[in-house]
Ligand binder design. Structure first.
Ligand SMILES: [Zn+2]
Length: 172
């Protein structure tokens, strides 16, 4: 079997679409990137060996056709790209459909981790600003006669941890 056939046999339209950033809806459709549309009418088949079909513009084909059209590549370039991205064919060991799924799952998990970290960072940065402000506003003064406002106490407790966390995650 040649590399192109191998690529088609191992991969599904759905794996390839998701790998390149598309998010199929429950029924397996995405908005077609090849014609302008609001509804999702391009089916990414989830069975290995099947590609895609757009019911809007009546185009379809294999995963190789999809990558050719998506990135404006020749047939051979698209085969190489898929082989490389899914570690098929051109890699010393060929991935099984199972391994291709795992590569995709890893990539998704990595994207989710990065997104979570971004959300955490934004949240903790706003917490940090809040408690910094609280430490200033509720700082004990001569007039309070040494009384420590609970929010000041809380702020002093929290700020070092927040500062440490934000430093650790800066620029990631
Ligand atoms: Zn279309």
């Amino acid at each position: 079997m040649n590399v192109a056939d191998e690529v088609k046999r191992c991969l599904s339209g759905r794996q390839v679409g998701e790998f390149y950033g598309f998010e199929p809806n429950r029924a397996g459709y995405i908005s077609c990137p090849f014609h302008h549309e609001k509804t999702a009418s391009l089916m990414l088949y989830k069975e290995a060996g099947r590609g895609w079909y757009c019911f809007g513009c009546n185009q379809g084909g294999s995963v190789i056709d999809f990558v050719m059209a998506l990135f404006g590549l020749s047939f051979q370039q698209a085969v190489i790209r898929l082989s490389f991205d899914f570690k098929l064919g051109l890699a010393p060991t060929r991935a099984t459909p199972q391994e291709a799924s795992e590569i995709l799952a890893e990539r998704r998990a990595e994207a989710a981790r990065r997104e979570q970290e971004r959300v955490d960072y934004a949240f903790l940065a706003s917490e940090f600003r809040y408690w910094q402000e609280a430490a200033k506003v509720f700082a004990p003064t001569r007039e309070t006669g040494g009384f420590f406002h609970p929010l000041y106490v809380e702020a002093v407790k929290r700020l070092p941890y927040l500062e440490y966390w934000l430093d650790e995650h800066l620029g990631r």
